[in-house]
Design a protein around this ligand. Structure first.
Ligand code: PLP
Length: 354
């Protein structure tokens, strides 16, 4: 027997976020912006040496070891850092905590599609100003009254990075709301908005270990902001679940932060591969906004995005494609290793008979 309609009527209904496919045995996976390189060697060592008896106790609810190492890394106070289970967890809590107004929250029409899902889940009104024809955010769209602002920088899936003057301009025009900059890809781009924190107590910067730090499977994200904002975030978190981050994640996260040289090295390698991949894509006739992340959002004038996506998938190469008027022609291609990218280009060339 099914639920009767009176029961169904009382249930919260949502349209969930659809993550990219996670095939567990693909040849080449360039569809969810993971890092092709392993985490820092210290992470492997910490996992190998982790003693299971430590799991019998609850973990530290504030993940203070990891919080403090991030504070030191970014030269801010520990009371300015909040650690969560992936930045999706952090961002979701941010929506719940900071976007509590009748006025609409603003984020771009083409952006991380989870924002819309959280807004709907928490019943937050929102508006989505259109990116311009070059897929850039139009700053004037964010000068109007609103209930808060969030955008990724670089933006996803476009990979377009806006410099700090742009971010500061948005902040200057929005001192009465919380402005969240989702910097999931900042390490592949340029200067972080962390530099602006001293002047804008309403700014929150969110980052993750999933992309540049090669730890998507560990689930670590964090927010950096004024002690006041972080306090509000903690109040909501502790009204929800105190022990969100497990002990192995805390231990491994600290190890990853320690190894700055390894981190910078892998990021540099990915940037080099990206710059080479841009040249190859242009040679094949693709066009794309200048990519400053670990992915490229590219379209071909002669081939449908969907057709290319399917053709690559046939060959066990996964990239990301969305339907939609403005983006249906595009593929979002994660920058993998040089070998993986060579396979991709080889397959594209065969498909296009080039
Ligand atoms: C990948 C991504 C995230 C989420 O990353 P987590 O794995 O949850 O830390 C958040 N924002 C954007 C824009 C992303 O691309």
């Amino acid at each position: 027997m099914g639920l009767n309609k009176n029961v169904v009527e009382k249930i919260r209904k949502v349209v969930p976020y659809v993550p990219g496919e996670q095939p567990q045995n693909t040849v080449i996976k360039l569809n969810t912006n993971e890092n092709p390189y392993p985490p820092a060697p210290g992470v492997q060592k910490a996992l190998r040496e982790f003693e299971a008896h430590r799991l019998k106790l609850y973990p530290d609810p504030s993940a203070s070891l990891l919080r403090d190492s991030l504070a030191e890394y970014y030269k801010v106070g520990p009371e300015q850092v909040f650690v969560g289970v992936g930045s999706d967890d952090v961002l979701s809590l941010c929506f719940l905590t900071f976007f509590n107004s009748e006025k609409p929250v603003l984020f771009p029409d083409i952006t991380y599609s989870f924002y819309k899902v959280w807004a709907q889940l928490y019943r937050i009104p929102y508006e989505c100003p259109m990116l311009d024809d070059n897929f850039c955010i139009r700053r004037e769209d964010y000068y109007k009254e609103n209930g808060g602002i969030i955008f990724p920088n670089p933006n996803a899936p476009t990979a377009v990075y806006e410099d700090l003057d742009f971010v500061e301009d948005i902040l200057r025009h929005n001192q009465d709301v919380v402005v969240i900059v989702d910097e999931a890809y900042i390490d592949f781009a340029g200067r972080s908005a962390v530099e602006l924190l001293d002047r804008y107590p309403n700014l929150l910067v969110v980052q993750t270990f999933s992309k540049a730090r090669s730890m998507a499977g560990m689930r670590i994200g964090y927010a950096i902001g004024s002690p006041e904002l972080i306090q509000y975030l903690n109040d909501v978190k502790y009204s929800f679940n105190s022990y969100t981050m497990n002990l192995p994640s805390i231990v491994c996260g600290v190890e990853a932060v320690k190894d700055k040289a390894y981190f910078e090295d892998t990021v540099r390698t990915i940037i080099e591969t990206r710059e080479w991949a841009k040249i190859e894509l242009k040679r094949l006739g693709f066009s794309f906004p200048d990519a400053q992340a670990n992915f490229i959002f590219a379209a071909h004038p002669q081939y449908e995005g969907k057709a290319l996506f399917e053709a690559l998938k046939q060959e066990q190469i996964y990239v990301r494609h969305w339907d939609g008027r403005r983006i249906g022609q595009y593929l979002r291609i994660t920058v993998g290793t040089r070998e993986e990218m060579k396979e991709l280009f080889g397959t594209l060339k065969r498909y296009m008979h080039k």
